[in-house]
Design a protein around this ligand. Structure first.
Ligand SMILES: [Zn+2]
Length: 385
């Protein structure tokens, strides 16, 4: 085992990371409003000597700007590697005011911090600055900064995969603990229902009405929800119906989701949820329309796949205990895997993401940047083994 910093002393230092990270989170970048942050990342890439261009995804996703793509030439004997982070952040995420205490960065408590995923962006920039600045060995890279990840992986879905050559990928969009490699994620369905009953005066002639809220309630009460087993979850998260207490409600709209690492279980759960609405609607002579959309597909990277193997060995080399984890949510990695680039997610350091308590320790971002550097060095070295 080698000590963590061998050969890479001050090049990736926490101060530089803190400054770059704070600059990036001060730029508002809610999903679909990413033009300013993409321009800033583009300038930083240019400073490092890396040319980049945006793709045509803005039209497909309905946002200000497309994905930012940089092709970095490298050792041509080595396979091309995709490196990714997303540039959009969740709400409340405007006017972020980062507070630095030691090496830990938080928001002022009124917004998220945006470490999801500007920690990933910062780490990629730090890695490129370091690797290219020092002339360290690395494979050819396709660096992709995606837009609109948080609203349904839209940027990644709109990427032109025919123009990418990468044989494996690293998504810098992980959690707090260094060494954690997310190698699997569930499939997910987004489900919506429109229950249509019949309106009637609730006091004068309720028997002429069909209560759509009642139908929806019976359907929801019938279906299994929550954590269903070690790999499957389901939720009803939105319900809207009725207009006044003295009217039998005609229309109720319900929204939910189901996720599973097991596609068979996911299909069954989706069918149960849809079936519950149909049964309840029949019972009351109501009508129901179901809208079912697959949000993303599951993936599972095997132990012997290069993307996982290099991440594992590189972590060991840095003296950080590697560990694989199954993710509970979707990320751009789902899309890259679905489109043929085996990709894993690397820890980038943030805690409590999607809350106003979100924080990140710059030391973890430094470790993550070193980890990525080590992975790329090993891939290049193996090409000549
Ligand atoms: Zn993220």
């Amino acid at each position: 085992m080698r000590p963590p910093c061998e050969g890479t002393p001050e090049m990736i230092d926490p101060r530089g990371i803190i400054d770059e990270f704070c600059d990036l989170v001060r730029i508002d970048s809610p999903s679909l409003r990413e033009a300013e942050v993409v321009a800033a990342i583009r300038d930083r890439l240019a400073e490092i000597g890396v040319e980049s261009e945006t793709d045509g995804a803005s039209e497909a996703v309905g946002g200000e700007v497309g994905n930012l793509i940089a092709r970095v030439p490298g050792d041509t004997n080595a396979p091309t590697v995709l490196i990714n982070a997303h540039v959009d952040t969740v709400e409340p995420g405007r006017g972020i005011c980062p507070r630095v205490e030691g090496t830990v960065i938080r928001s002022d408590g009124t917004t998220v911090l945006g470490a999801d995923d500007k920690s990933g962006v910062t780490i990629i920039l730090a890695m490129l600055r370091h690797v290219l600045g020092e002339g360290l060995p690395h494979p050819p890279l396709e660096v992709v900064f995606t837009v609109a990840e948080e609203i349904g992986l839209c940027g990644a879905k709109a990427l032109d995969y025919d123009s990418l050559e990468a044989e494996m990928g690293y998504v810098l969009d992980g959690g707090r603990t260094m060494g954690v490699i997310t190698h699997a994620a569930p499939s997910a369905y987004r489900l919506a229902w429109e229950v249509r009953g019949v309106a009637a005066h609730a006091g004068v002639c309720p028997e002429r009405g069909i209560n759509s809220i009642r139908v929806a309630a019976e359907a929801i009460a019938e279906m299994p929800l929550g954590r269903l087993d070690h790999e499957t979850t389901a939720n009803i998260g939105v319900i809207e119906g009725g207009g006044a207490t003295n009217i039998v409600p005609e229309l109720t709209v319900v929204g939910g989701e189901a996720r599973s690492h097991n596609d068979g279980k996911l299909e069954r759960q989706k069918d149960l949820m849809v079936g519950a609405f149909e049964t309840a609607a029949r019972r009351h002579n109501a009508e129901v329309g179901s809208d079912v959309a697959m949000t993303y597909r599951s993936f599972h990277i095997a132990e012997d796949e290069p993307a996982l193997r290099y991440a594992w060995r590189a972590s060991e080399n840095l003296g950080i205990r590697p560990r694989t984890e199954r993710g509970g949510g979707g990320s751009d990695a789902n899309i890259f895997n679905e489109r043929g680039t085996p990709s894993v997610i690397l820890a980038t350091g943030p805690a409590d993401v999607h809350t106003v308590k979100e924080s990140v320790d710059a030391e973890r971002m430094v470790e993550s940047a070193r980890w990525l550097t080590e992975i790329l060095g090993m891939i290049a070295a193996d090409a000549h083994a």
